[in-house]
Ligand binder design. Structure first.
Ligand SMILES: NC(=O)c1ccc[n+]([C@@H]2O[C@H](COP(=O)([O-])OP(=O)(O)OC[C@H]3O[C@@H](n4cnc5c(N)ncnc54)[C@H](OP(=O)(O)O)[C@@H]3O)[C@@H](O)[C@H]2O)c1
Length: 244
């Protein structure tokens, strides 16, 4: 993977990629990671995985590495069949050498709580997950396998999610979607940065974008870096100071 901007460098190793994409020390930070085709499709055959290649997978895994938590919408968890949020051995060693917990906390966003407490997401979780839901939602057996917290009334309020996580010492949050969660966090002004992989294909068809629902005023973003692997681009955008 090569750096195109700022500066230029060939075949960045993992440490260089981690340094380039680091979340700011001493600041609460929430970023999202998505992939889309050149013409904006966020899925192929209903999942994001078909759009990515080995380089995207490498960055996807590295972006998880420094996070205190991985945030995910229930729709993506159901569509993609997530397992327990367990990082690989290299990531665990990297984290432990820096005083971080071995694995990040898995944070799920769900209004309905239509999640199977027996699924690998919970059964194989190395750290007890957190589910952010709405007041009055019935946790049932989910309460046995996760901390279920109310973060809103009709909708989960992204700013309350951030406040609840910060109160638990979770300051660096790495989100993996999906589109409805991303849009609601954008609309609330709760997203600091976006890592967007541009897969070099034109997919046509009716696949959705990386945001869905939740109309919002446009959020201004500045370009932080551009990486390339073959014809694939990896764009890193950070919200402008004013966000407009
Ligand atoms: N291209 C990519 O990088 C990428 C990344 C992630 C996902 N995807 C794709 O996106 C598709 C899933 O899309 P999606 O939009 O359904 O995913 P999503 O945003 O992960 O999940 C939507 C669900 O999250 C919960 N939710 C989201 N915002 C909420 C809010 N403000 N308050 C309360 N609950 C909220 C609801 O869960 P409940 O229904 O449980 O109430 C809602 O149905 C899949 O096909 C997946 O493969 C693509």
């Amino acid at each position: 993977m090569d750096l195109l901007w700022p500066g230029a460098a060939s075949e960045l190793d993992d440490e260089a990629l981690l340094a380039l994409t680091a979340m700011p020390e001493g600041r609460d930070w929430l970023r999202m990671n998505f992939i889309a085709s050149i013409d904006g499709a966020a899925t192929r055959d209903g999942r994001s995985g078909g759009l990515g290649d080995a380089a995207d997978r490498r960055l996807f895994d590295l972006l998880r590495r420094p996070a205190d938590a991985i945030l995910l919408g229930a729709g993506t968890a159901r569509a993609e069949g997530y397992g327990g949020m367990r990082l690989d051995d290299a990531s665990v060693a990297w984290r432990e050498s820096r005083g971080l917990a071995a694995h990040p906390v898995f944070v799920l966003i769900s209004r309905s709580l239509d999640l199977d407490p027996a699924s690998p997401m919970f059964a194989e979780a190395p750290v007890r997950p957190i589910i952010c839901t709405v007041a009055g939602a019935q946790a049932g057996e989910l309460a046995d396998v996760a901390d279920v917290i109310a973060c809103g009334e009709g909708d989960v309020d992204p700013l309350r999610v951030r406040a609840e996580l910060a109160a638990r010492g979770i300051r660096h949050v790495h989100g993996e979607g999906g589109p409805h969660v991303f849009a609601s966090f954008v609309a609330a002004g709760a997203v600091d940065a976006l890592h967007l992989t541009l897969a070099p294909t034109l997919d046509a068809g009716d696949a959705g974008r990386i945001t869905a629902g939740h109309p919002a005023e446009p959020t201004g973003m500045r370009l932080a870096s551009v990486l390339r692997s073959g014809d694939e681009l990896f764009l890193h955008y950070v919200r402008t100071a004013s966000g407009s």
